[in-house]
Design a protein around this ligand. Structure first.
Ligand SMILES: NC(=O)c1ccc[n+]([C@@H]2O[C@H](COP(=O)([O-])OP(=O)(O)OC[C@H]3O[C@@H](n4cnc5c(N)ncnc54)[C@H](OP(=O)(O)O)[C@@H]3O)[C@@H](O)[C@H]2O)c1
Ligand SMILES: *[C@@H]1O[C@H](CO)[C@@H](O)[C@H](O)[C@H]1NC(C)=O
Length: 364
């Protein structure tokens, strides 16, 4: 039998075809990642995804070096926010997720491995805390690419885990307190009565501590089991949200609120209204269509009492401010629980349950 005929009649051609298929599939995957990396050059931060193998990493880095002002970080810790599972549940559709596969997670602590073009503030080996762009995702992966301008450095006096709690929750609390309500954190400024709902949660527990750095009287709501904790964070009055007064948001001492940082969800305007001072403002960090309507109505009728929806746009310098407060011992992260990345689903479930006390941390 001539060799060619022998070869063609054997199982080899089929085997070769399968090997060819396998190889092309693996090459087809490579450009996907590479394209993602290059997206960054167009000004978008993005994730490298979970790059488990060295050659993925090498490949990723090669593209990365051509990028704009981004840092390529190896993660040490991350934290979860309700935002993460709201994307999964489709609550932010059609805005997010933009494409699949989508790696969730925005809050990270890690070490800079490489820096892209134009990065001035960071170098390989620096410890950093950052916010991953949710449009590209990638906080729950071993490596992530983040923009320089939403990265802050982490001093050695602070831990990766406590700082991983800060980004979204801490920045939201900071934004509400300093920018929306106008409280000065050096304690100057006139005294304000404020209410913080869900003060035991991620945003709420930072909000209580930050508000108390300013000249404020803080009333807080939380579940009975967390009353002592919230008091220890500095709240002057704490109410159990399951009692009638708690449900009505009434201050035990009868104080009217100059501002409410509303970290719980729900509550119609009619619940806030009787508790507000003349120029009282409700900052709603989970704006619903009902609250957007109230916002518009209050604006259109020139009402003195206002409802303000808050959408966070994170900035590196604000994150640095929070990290410095942690370093000075003026702000702390209450850790609800810590999970290794291999148990991320359990952490995810814990966040969906909605009963975290402080932050849920994931460690790498
Ligand atoms: N606008 C933005 O950019 C932005 C940024 C960050 C967060 N958010 C939103 O803000 C909300 C809070 O976020 P988070 O991270 O703080 O959530 P979280 O940590 O999951 O909040 C859980 C805590 O809320 C408490 N809680 C629930 N319902 C309550 C109520 N009616 N009264 C008082 N306490 C209550 C729970 O206490 P129990 O366990 O005792 O029930 C638990 O301790 C979420 O909807 C999130 O999506 C928005
Ligand atoms: C960070 O830089 C990008 C462009 O590279 C810009 O679009 C974005 O608004 C900046 N963010 C902040 C917080 O300055």
């Amino acid at each position: 039998m001539p060799p060619l005929v022998f070869f063609l009649s054997s199982p080899y051609p089929l085997a070769c075809f399968f090997v060819f298929l396998l190889l092309s599939a693996s090459f087809a995957l490579q450009p996907t990642l590479h394209t993602q990396i290059l997206n960054c050059a167009n000004g978008k931060a993005h994730a490298c995804g979970s790059i488990r193998k060295l050659w993925w990493r090498t490949f990723c880095l090669k593209g990365f070096l051509e990028l704009g002002p981004c840092c390529f970080d190896k993660l040490e810790a991350a934290s979860l926010n309700p935002f993460d599972w709201k994307i999964q549940k489709g609550m932010l559709w059609p805005l997010l997720p933009r494409k699949f596969p989508y790696i969730p997670g925005t809050d990270i602590s890690g070490e800079v491995m490489e820096v892209g073009k134009g990065v001035r503030k960071f170098k390989p080996g620096d410890k950093v805390v950052a916010v991953v762009n949710p449009f590209s995702g990638g906080g729950l992966a071993e490596f992530a690419v983040v923009k320089e301008n939403i990265t802050a450095s982490r001093p050695s006096e602070t831990s990766a885990s406590e700082c991983a709690g800060l980004p979204v929750a801490g920045l939201t609390a900071l934004e509400a307190i300093t920018k929306t309500i106008g409280i000065k954190l050096d304690g100057s400024g006139e005294r304000k009565n404020i209410l913080i709902t869900a003060a035991s949660g991620g945003v709420g527990h930072y909000a209580v501590q930050l508000a108390k750095l300013g000249n404020t009287h803080v009333t807080a709501t939380c579940g009975a089991r967390n009353i002592e904790l919230v008091k220890s964070l500095g709240a002057d009055e704490v109410i159990d949200y399951k009692t009638p007064d708690g449900a009505a948001l009434k201050s035990p001492s009868g104080k009217k609120y100059d501002a409410v940082i509303h970290c719980a969800v729900g509550f119609p305007w009619s619940t806030f209204e009787p508790n507000l001072a003349l120029n009282g403002k409700v900052v709603d960090i989970t704006p619903s269509s009902a609250s957007m309507l109230t916002f518009a109505l209050k604006k259109l009728t020139f009402s003195k009492k206002q409802l303000v929806p808050l959408f966070l746009f994170p900035k590196g310098k604000d994150l640095q401010y929070l990290i410095d407060l942690v370093k000075e011992g003026k702000l702390k992260t209450v850790v609800d629980s810590k999970y290794p990345i291999t148990m991320a689903e359990d952490a995810w479930g814990k966040s969906i349950d909605g009963h975290a006390t402080g932050k849920i941390i994931i460690e790498f």
